[in-house]
Design a protein around this ligand. Structure first.
Ligand code: ADP
Length: 262
């Protein structure tokens, strides 16, 4: 619990710092893109063609930087959780198109979520985001292709398993995202939840994916477990709490169960 608190405080500080920098940086980028745009429009045909190319490059670089600051701003302005009863099989089915569009063709995607999976209590948007983050990490770990499996199943955590699962004893749904990609070495494994830790090249990774997933899971009363073997692959498990009111939803609750996206 102390670890979780320290992580939460670290995330809070990082969020504030990031938000401040991203905000100022965004203003500076507006000056850059505005000036480059103006120069491009004033460029006449007699100019050295290299000038136009240089300005185009500057614009593209600034646009990439703007996209990155947008992600950082979104991170620092993390939305408060809006927990609801979520049916995981339905949520996963709803993500299937998005996943196919996001994951390269070389990666085969399988979703395994039996109907008897318990209803959980979580923020559906943030859960979707977390799963997408994990799927993108899995994809990035399989540049040559491979298989990505997203599965959901019920898990009862007994008192003696509470420590290893990093949750209080009780009923959970385990959502696992597995790949047969590069895996992680021991050193990487100790750092994966640190904000800004990334092994990806500049512009590809922010190092915020897993720290966001971790923050989401902890705030939801769940946890994230990672099982990885170098050269074999990785399984990330999200443990999320079973909804207490989920047993028998009254008939008039049906409308409320509209997944999300509304
Ligand atoms: P990012 O994806 O931007 O690098 P993350 O916090 O999501 O940030 O991940 C941090 C690092 O953890 C990655 O750069 C990578 O080294 C490692 N990692 C995460 N998921 C996987 C995975 N499925 N397989 C191998 N390495 C992974």
């Amino acid at each position: 619990a102390e670890d979780a608190l320290r992580q939460a405080q670290k995330m809070e500080a990082v969020g504030q710092l990031t938000g401040g920098i991203a905000h100022d940086f965004n203003n500076l980028l507006t000056i850059i893109t505005g000036s480059v745009d103006m120069a491009l429009r004033r460029l006449d045909n007699s100019a050295d063609p290299r000038v136009g190319r240089a300005l185009d490059n500057a614009m593209r670089g600034a646009e990439r930087a703007a996209a990155l600051t947008q992600r950082l701003l979104a991170f620092s302005r993390r939305q408060p959780l809006d927990p609801r009863a979520v049916e995981v099989p339905r949520l996963l089915a709803g993500m299937s198109d998005l996943l196919t569009r996001t994951i390269t063709e070389a990666v085969a995607i399988a979703i395994e979520a039996p109907d008897d999976v318990w209803t959980i209590e979580a923020d559906p948007h943030q859960l979707e985001n977390a799963i997408l983050n994990l799927a993108v990490n899995a994809r990035d770990a399989m540049p040559q292709g491979g298989s990505l499996t997203i599965a959901a199943g019920n898990r009862q955590v007994a008192a003696h398993q509470s420590d290893e699962s990093h949750v209080s004893p009780g009923d959970y749904v385990a959502i696992t995202v597995s790949d047969n990609g590069t895996g992680m070495d021991a050193d990487t494994l100790t750092k994966v939840f640190d904000p800004f830790f990334t092994t990806k090249e500049v512009g590809k990774g922010t190092g915020l994916g897993l720290s966001m997933v971790y923050g989401f899971a902890k705030q939801s009363g769940g946890s994230v477990l990672i099982d990885s073997a170098l050269g074999e692959g990785t399984t990330v498990t999200l443990l999320l709490m079973r909804s207490v009111q989920s047993a028998e939803p009254p008939a008039d609750a049906m409308d409320e169960r509209e997944p999300f996206g509304s």
